[in-house]
Design a binder for this molecule. Structure first.
Ligand code: URA
Ligand code: SF4
Length: 205
């Protein structure tokens, strides 16, 4: 089957990866999202944050975490004392998977086949940046980087490793904070996210 691996340049740096990823047709999502939203941040970042996939605003802007989830993440980063500009921020899946409902574009959770097809981009980013730690934001990232049956509710705040040996801390996704069933649950998720970001920045400092 075709995957992102078929579009990977041989001698990659982050810029050549970004350029190649813009032309990726590794899965059906290239015909659903309007553009590839590649990761951003310094090549020598010590910390990498991996989300799920771009949302509506990210798809329009071509940048990760600039919509509502991005604002929730920014607030958590500030509280944890993490400088966003110093970290490499990316997603597990690089195209916006959604369905159209009238004028609205509703997020759909990426399938395992999308995460697998897109994994070569994430692996290439990790291998170039070689972060001292990765924070997996939410289930899609954690299940792709650690193991398929991982549950964030059970494993957030715990360290694992990628197949290549990079340390991974599992954390709540900022969207979970926004979608929580009530105020108290939202506050728990928010505190958990801040704690985990603080743990990660301390680990790499
Ligand atoms: N949610 C994500 O996981 N990533 C983004 O870039 C935006 C929202
Ligand atoms: Fe390629 Fe990933 Fe986009 Fe699929 S989601 S087309 S694998 S960049």
């Amino acid at each position: 089957a075709v995957t992102a691996a078929d579009f990977l340049p041989a001698d990659a740096d982050l810029d050549s990866l970004r350029t190649a990823a813009a032309a990726c047709r590794g899965c059906e999502l290239c015909d659903i999202g309007s553009r590839t939203v590649f990761g951003e941040g310094p090549t020598d970042a010590r910390l990498m944050l991996v989300g799920e996939q771009p949302g509506d605003e990210e798809d329009l802007a071509g940048r990760p975490f600039v919509g509502p989830a991005g604002r929730a993440l920014d607030a958590a980063l500030a509280e944890a004392g993490v400088d966003r500009a110093g970290v490499h921020l990316t997603n597990t899946v690089k195209h916006f998977y959604h369905v159209e409902r009238g004028k609205r574009r509703l997020h759909k959770k990426p399938a395992v086949r999308h995460a697998n097809a897109c994994a070569p981009w994430l692996r290439a980013e990790i291998n170039l940046v070689r972060p001292a730690a990765i924070v997996a934001l939410g289930a899609t990232a954690a299940q792709t980087l650690v193991r398929r049956d991982l549950r964030v509710t059970e494993s957030r705040g715990q360290w694992f490793a990628t197949a290549a040996g990079f340390p991974v801390l599992v954390a709540n996704h900022p969207s979970a904070v926004l979608r929580a069933r009530d105020e108290r649950h939202s506050e728990d998720l928010r505190r958990g996210l801040i704690d985990d970001l603080a743990t990660a920045i301390q680990f790499v400092s």
